[in-house]
Structure formats: C-alpha cells, structure tokens
Design a protein around this ligand. Structure first.
Ligand code: DAH
Length: 343
C-alpha cells in the first residue's frame, strides 16, 4: 500500500511543470489531511507488535517523498529563473551601470583649500549671519548714512528693522560685518578669516551675480604693519596655486581701512611677462585691503592705541573662476550637471 503510494506520487511528480501544481500535490500527500499523513495516523489501529515496523516504514516513505518534493521544487525554480533570463535578454557578462555619485562643488573645494592654508598659518575660521543689520553692514564699518560709499554696493533691504540702534535688516553686501561681530565677541588679538555668501542688488551678466562668495581676513595684534599682510598673502597665494606668486599693493579707497589698498598678484599664466589673461599688464586684480580704520576698531570695542591690524576681502567666486577658467559667473550657482560634472 505504501509502496504504491510512493510510486504513484513519484510518477505524478515527474509530470509536474509548475510550482502551483507542485504545491497542490504536496498538500494532497504530505498536508494535514494528505494521503501519507492519514497513513501515519493509522498507526493507532495497528496491533502492538507491528507498530514499530509500520512506523519506521511510514517515516521512511515520508522522508523519500519530502526529498523528492524538495528536489522538484529547486528544479522548477531554476527553470523559472532561466526562462526569465532568456526572455528578458539578460546578459550576465555585460558591464554594470555605474551609480551616479555627487562630488564637492568647485566653490566648496577652493573654500576648503583656502581655509586649510590659513588654518596652518594660525587663523581661525569665523562665520556670521547672511541677513545683517545696516549697523554691522555699514555704520560699524565707518560707512555712515548718506555716505556715497553706500552706493558702491547696491543693497537688498528687507522690509523689517533689527532694532533702533542697528537699523533696517539687509542681505549683507560683504563679509566685512563679521569683523565687528568677531571683535565684539573675542576682543584682541585676533587672526581670522571669514568665508561666506554675500548679496548685491545687481543686473546679472557673465561677470555679475546677485549672490557670490567672499573671504574676509583680519589680523589684529601689537605692532602690526602692512608688510605682515604682504608676507601672509604671498605665502597664501603661493601655497594655493603651488607656484611662486608675487603680490603688488596699490593705493585704494575703502571707508573701513586707512590707508586702503588694492592688491594684485602676478599673472598665473605668463608669470608677469604680459599676456591675454592679464591684458598685458602682468598683474591680476585680486582684492581690497588696508590697515583697519580706528573707528572700526572702536566699533568692535578694541582700543586703537593698544592694537592695530589689517583686513582684506576677496571674491572667492572670482578666484574659482580664475582657477578653472570659468567664463560665466552664473554657471556656479546654476546646479546644471552639464557644468558641474566637469570638475
Ligand atoms: N568689503 C569689500 C568689498 O566687498 C572688500 C574689502 C576691502 C574688505 C578692503 C576688506 C578691506 O576687509 O580691508 O568690496
């Protein structure tokens, strides 16, 4: 009886072509009410001395059938996978699709380089608010109301006042306000740089954008002169561009410094000989700088009789454009992968 059941089941198993059919048969034989299960239950009616043999045979049969079902199950699964591979035309030897991963934006990359170089020279990195008050953006920096220098930087005003003393809120037009904030907070001596985003109310074109990045620098201590500035800048630029760079100081005007300077560095392409990039001058305009005006030190709570210092501010955006030969400033904030994936 058991042999017949095994033979019949194996015969049916051989004809099965799908996992569904296999499951149906499995239920019919091995399920709770299946044929073999019923047979096993029959043990209770078997006389005592035959119970042992009956049980052993039934368990052996169960094991044989279970193995046969498992075997068939893996055959069917493999066949299903194979047919899926053929119908989907899946070529295991084909190279995979590379996942697209992002990378550091050129602005951040150069900012980090600048931060590293200045950190190595003992400067701390400071930060300040992008929404400033008129006081920090102008008055504290020795740019009083109605001073024509306010027109140098076209400003986005917010429709809100900070408070009576600090005046209206503005989007900061430069990173210089953080000079005052840092002096107020830490006093002198100080050695800091302030990278950050600034905003100007400006018509955009290839070299102007309403948002760009600057790096402010400031050093305050005893017996500080412009020769320290020149030395630091020369060292900074030489490390940044990894070649000997010369620095030139020219007189310039900014209300928050006295004397004020324009700083140029020797052309990276021709080294000073004169070429298309430097318009045959041998020099590239780089930034504004100067000895910090005593009114600015006072605004920051630093005593100008004890301390003096210099400050500078350059366009990080322009530096990035120079470094990579980017000819349109608007590309930098465009988030356009056609542009960004080139770096
Ligand atoms: N804040 C100036 C600007 O945005 C740049 C500048 C000039 C910063 C001279 C300075 C400085 O610290 O001393 O045009």
């Amino acid at each position: 009886m058991l042999d017949k059941l095994i033979k019949k089941t194996l015969g049916e198993l051989a004809k099965i072509n799908s996992l569904e059919e296999l499951q149906d048969l499995e239920v019919k034989i091995l399920g709770r009410k299946g044929a073999l299960t019923n047979h096993l239950r029959g043990i209770k009616d078997v006389p005592g001395e035959e119970k042992k043999a009956y049980g052993e045979n039934a368990n052996k049969a169960k094991k044989t059938l279970e193995e046969a079902f498992d075997q068939k199950k893996s055959e069917l699964k493999e066949a299903a996978l194979n047919s899926q591979l053929t119908t989907e035309n899946f070529d295991l030897s084909e190279p995979g699709i590379k996942p697209e991963i992002g990378h550091i934006h050129p602005l951040s990359k150069v900012q980090w380089e600048v931060e590293n170089i200045f950190s190595q020279m003992g400067f701390s990195i400071m930060d300040g608010p992008e929404v400033e008050s008129e006081y920090y953006n102008f008055e504290g920096l020795n740019i009083p109301k109605h001073h024509p220098a306010r027109d140098m930087q076209d400003t986005f005003f917010l429709d809100k006042e900070a408070d009576k003393k600090h005046g209206r809120l503005v989007l900061r037009t430069h990173t210089s306000p953080v000079q005052i904030r840092t002096m107020e907070k830490y006093g002198a001596p100080l050695r800091i740089i302030i990278p950050g985003r600034v905003f100007r109310y400006e018509a955009t074109d290839a070299s102007h954008d309403t948002t760009f990045d600057q790096v402010e620098g400031m050093l305050i201590d005893k017996d500080i002169s412009l020769s320290h500035l020149k030395g630091i800048l020369q060292e900074f630029l030489t490390r940044l561009f990894q070649k000997e760079v010369k620095v030139r100081l020219r007189p310039g005007y900014f209300p928050f410094v006295e004397p004020g300077l324009e700083v140029d560095f020797s052309c990276l392409l021709c080294g000073g000989e004169g070429c298309r990039v430097c318009k045959n001058t041998g020099w590239l305009e780089f930034m504004g700088a100067g000895m910090i005006h005593k009114n600015v030190l006072k605004a920051g709570g630093v005593d100008p009789k004890k301390y003096q210092g210099w400050a500078f501010g350059f366009g990080l955006t322009r530096l990035v454009m120079m470094r990579y030969g980017i000819d349109d400033i608007r590309l930098l904030k465009s988030a356009d992968p056609r542009f960004l994936t080139q770096f």
